[in-house]
Design a protein around this ligand. Structure first.
Ligand code: 5GP
Length: 202
């Protein structure tokens, strides 16, 4: 499609917002590459090493921080999560748009390091719906669900630091919205200066 550098697309939203499903739909498009995070969280049933996460001990994770191997990292509900730098940089250089599915603190660190990154926040239609989704998912205990709901409200406080809000009422629509956002980012003048130079030359 193009031979320019890809962009970073950060997708955040509360647990149960459906961002995982949206992201798995998005990455069917070969223009996108999904960054795989490192985490100290234990794998959930069906999660695989190197596909869903790189599962690390706390010591291994701290070692990655020390060696500056992470673009960003954060503590979320008693576990550490971080984005390995190597993959993000190499995929961007290949021209792919790299999707980071990360929480708010990490998103803000990414924006500082890469000011051109696009930050998208996904929410379900209501808090009630969010609670239902978390309960129906059945992957967490009620104590962890409560913790994640509290965290969801805290995360909403940072909505103004994001560039776009997508309401996930319908997955197809949310995926379409995100594709539109990414397309529009690529059409921004500052991403197309080389085309203008070419236009003048020919
Ligand atoms: P989960 O345990 O449900 O897989 O993820 C918990 C939260 O951590 C989610 O909001 C998810 O987006 C976020 N997360 C996953 N990977 C990373 C990462 O590399 N960095 C940061 N900051 N957050 C992450």
């Amino acid at each position: 499609m193009n031979n320019t550098k890809g962009i970073i697309v950060v997708v955040s939203g509360p647990s149960g917002s459906g961002k995982g499903t949206i992201v798995s739909e998005l990455i069917k498009n070969e223009q996108y590459a999904l960054s795989i995070s490192a985490t100290t969280r234990k794998p959930r049933l069906g999660e695989e090493e190197g596909i869903h996460y790189f599962f690390k001990s706390k010591e291994e994770f701290m070692d990655m921080i020390e060696k500056r191997e992470l673009v960003e990292w954060a503590e979320f509900c008693d576990n550490y999560y971080g984005t390995p730098k190597f993959y993000v940089e190499s995929k961007m250089n290949e021209g792919k748009d790299v999707i980071l599915e990360i929480e708010v603190q990490g998103a803000l660190q990414v924006k500082k390091l890469y000011p051109e990154a696009v930050l998208i926040f996904i929410v379900p239609p209501s808090l009630k719906e969010l609670k239902n989704r978390l309960i129906n998912r059945g992957t967490e205990s009620s104590e962890i669900i409560e913790k994640r709901l509290r965290r969801a409200l805290e995360e909403l406080e940072f909505i103004n630091d994001y560039d776009y809000l997508v309401i996930n009422d319908c997955i197809e629509q949310a995926v379409m919205d995100i594709n539109t956002i990414i397309k529009a980012e690529h059409l921004k003048v500052n991403k197309r200066m080389s085309l203008i130079e070419k236009f003048k030359e020919e």
